[in-house]
Design a protein around this ligand. Structure first.
Ligand code: SF4
Length: 178
């Protein structure tokens, strides 16, 4: 075992109580409790032991580099971003090809990097496809107002937790801007 200090999730801080934390993980993993525990354990152990699996534990897919908000501190509204990034939504066929390649091998995908994934017109189809093709955990970071969140797919194990903690979809508006 490598004894070096390996910072893990060093940018993540929880302000929840241990009970709420436990409930959160219970809900997230309720459709695959043992697999979920192993997945979370590997998230830490693989980093600590410098283990490289055949496939990563999570794949980030930038479903949309477009966002329908203009938060004043966001780099996506900068001239540099607009000039240099061909902001668009991911083609569904490409999304399916990626999922076909990693389904059943990669436990989790996150559908966001830059932009707002729920502006993708086929957001729900993407979630459903991933869930039905072997991706156990499908998550995204969202402001909750991209337009595609309301008709959430009733796929087994599908659960949505918005980063803001709000319990319903609100009209799109920047939480920090006017
Ligand atoms: S919601 Fe996120 S991606 Fe969209 S403008 Fe605001 S910070 Fe940027």
């Amino acid at each position: 075992m490598n004894e070096r200090c390996v910072p893990i999730n060093k940018g993540n801080y929880s302000m929840d109580t241990p009970e709420r934390e436990a409930r959160f993980h219970e809900y997230l993993g309720e459709a695959w409790p043992e697999g979920y525990k192993a997945y979370r354990r590997n998230w830490i152990e693989w980093a600590r032991t410098q283990h490289v699996g055949d496939y990563p534990l999570l794949v980030d897919l930038e479903l949309s580099s477009v966002c329908n908000l203009r938060c004043p501190m966001c780099y996506t509204i900068s001239p540099e971003f607009r000039d240099n990034v061909d902001a668009r939504v991911m083609d569904l066929a490409l999304f399916k090809r990626v999922i076909d390649e990693i389904g059943g091998k990669v436990p989790a995908v996150r559908l966001s990097l830059r932009g707002e994934s729920t502006v993708h017109p086929q957001f729900v189809d993407c979630v459903r496809y991933a869930k039905e093709h072997g991706i156990r955990e499908v998550s995204t970071l969202t402001h909750g107002g991209g337009g595609a969140v309301a008709p959430l797919p009733p796929a087994p194990g599908a659960r949505v937790r918005r980063g803001t903690g709000r319990d319903r979809v609100r009209p799109a508006r920047c939480p920090w801007g006017p």
